[in-house]
Each structure stands twice: as structure tokens, then as C-alpha cells.
Design a protein around this ligand. Sequence first.
Ligand SMILES: Nc1nc2c([nH]c(=O)n2[C@H]2C[C@H](O)[C@@H](COP(=O)(O)OP(=O)(O)OP(=O)(O)O)O2)c(=O)[nH]1
Ligand SMILES: [Mg+2]
Length: 133
Amino acid sequence: MPVAPSPLHVMAGVLRRHDGQVLITERPAGKHLGGCWEFPGGKLDPGEAPRDGLARELHEELGIRLVAAEPMLALPWRYDSKELLLDTWLVVAWQGAPQSLEQQALEWVMPADLAPERLAPADREILRHLLGS
Ligand SMILES: Nc1nc2c([nH]c(=O)n2[C@H]2C[C@H](O)[C@@H](COP(=O)(O)OP(=O)(O)OP(=O)(O)O)O2)c(=O)[nH]1
Ligand SMILES: [Mg+2]
């Protein structure tokens, strides 16, 4: 019997500054959901702990060191082509200023000012969660 592929475990970090702004990044054209904005992160490596994977991705993409983060929302999601678990953490402390190390555009926004249509579809759920908390 065919075995369903297990969902891809994807880490996403919501960096939230003291003034309430959160960091969003633009997915490069040509990648899945290219041009959509998302929360920085990426796929967990096999055997990697979620917090370690989140820290690795934030370091690779933004050059920061994760200092304090907690799980916020584990969101199962299905796109046409793939099924994923979007493991979203709230990141409240880090070292260094986020830089665009992969040529991705970065933007700090107040969640209340963010138009949901700009985001990857799954991230609209994350935004809803942020607005309700
Ligand atoms: N990182 C991230 N991925 C998201 C978010 N929302 C969302 O739907 N996704 C999807 C897009 C992709 O299908 C998948 C992440 O895969 P990816 O290929 O971008 O991961 P990665 O950063 O490890 O990229 P790469 O090294 O393979 O280029 O999760 C989000 O907020 N952050
Ligand atoms: Mg990524």
C-alpha cells in the first residue's frame, strides 16, 4: 500500500520588537509561493530539534542569533503540491540586526497594518492569531 508522505516540518519565526512591529520577508520569484511575504524560517533538517532548526534558519537568512523564543502556533497546511506543518514560534529576543543575507526583501510592519493578501496563504492564519492575541 502506498505510504502518504509525512508533512514537511517548516519552522517560521515571528520576530516581534518591543514596539509591536513584526518582521516579514519576501519569497524569491521562482520559488514555491514566490512573491508572497512570509515569516523567516525554513525546513527542519532530519533529526533536528525545532528550536535548533529555527535558530539555524534565522542565522542563515538574517544573520541573527536567537536568544528567546516560544512555540506560538503549529499550523497544519496543505498546498496543491505539498503538505506541511508550519511550526510558528514567537521570537522576542535576538542578537544582531536582521540583514537580508539571501537577497530577500525585509519589512517591519504592525500586524494591524498588514494586508493579509500580501502573505502566503498559511501565514494569513498566523496573522489572524497575532491580531487576536
Ligand atoms: N519559511 C517559511 N515557509 C513558509 C511560510 N509560510 C508558508 O506557507 N511557507 C511554506 C513555503 C514553502 O513551501 C515552505 C518552506 O520551504 P522553503 O523551501 O522556503 O524552505 P527553506 O527556507 O528551507 O528553503 P530552501 O533552503 O529549500 O531554499 O513552507 C512561512 O511563514 N515561512
Ligand atoms: Mg526559508
